[in-house]
Design a protein around this ligand. Structure first.
Ligand SMILES: [Zn+2]
Length: 216
């Protein structure tokens, strides 16, 4: 899509909302559509934007594409908990919808418990706070504590966040050989919010109070 085109959302058939909506920052609301799909201060493009969906109990369930979140809102199946931090608004011919960051379902959904949280780079970095477990510097890599070349498994218990320097020094050695030690034994995180985080490459800071809650 050319940059100069206004954002066009797909058809929203709910509640008589007009078939097309345009996305406007607050200062432009009701005047003209934005010139770009990357409003200032918003890193990810709007197409990639995700909205945190909470159960009625405020338990985090998943991260929806913005488009699907808007459909839930206009269908009355969810309500906005937190709006977009920049106050962005979606406009159609007949209605305006606040761009949400966090929404909450109107009716409780029961989600079956699903075992172990998948190991992803994003979730591992969050578990270890983006810090190298060996020196505390900012982590850029994942280290296998028992090296893969020595049959170390790719599991939560054997993977840690690591800076490039330590990873390079550690190479294919074990901690015993280097005289290094781990401050705490790595473990798999528990809880549904970790399952959610494992599938995300980035999060909105407005989500953090919900993601920090222990999952039921
Ligand atoms: Zn390090």
């Amino acid at each position: 899509m050319p940059d100069r085109q206004p954002i066009r959302q797909p058809a929203l058939k709910a509640n008589g909302l007009a078939s097309r909506v345009a996305l406007c920052p607050p200062s432009r609301a009701g005047t003209s559509p934005p010139q770009s799909d990357r409003p200032p201060g918003h890193g990810p493009s709007w197409r990639k934007r995700r909205v945190l969906l909470l159960n009625t109990t405020f338990e985090p369930l998943t991260a929806l594409p913005l488009r699907r979140a808007i459909v839930l809102l206009v269908c009355g199946k969810a309500e906005v908990v937190h709006g977009d931090s920049a106050g962005m608004v979606l406009h159609s011919a007949t209605a305006s919808v606040e761009v949400p960051s966090v929404i909450r379902l109107s009716n409780f959904v029961r989600v079956p418990y699903r075992g172990r949280v998948p190991l992803t780079r994003a979730a591992l970095m969050l578990r270890d706070n983006y810090r190298c477990v060996y020196c505390g510097a900012r982590a850029e890599t994942i280290d296998h504590v028992v090296p893969r070349s020595r049959s170390g498994p790719h599991t939560w218990e054997n993977c840690v966040a690591c800076c490039t320097k330590c990873n390079h020094r550690k190479a294919d050695k074990t901690l015993n050989e280097l005289g290094w030690r781990l401050p705490v034994a790595p473990h798999a995180p528990r809880g549904r919010h970790w399952r959610l985080l494992a599938g995300l490459s980035e999060t909105d800071p407005l989500w953090l109070p919900y993601l920090g809650e222990p999952a039921a």
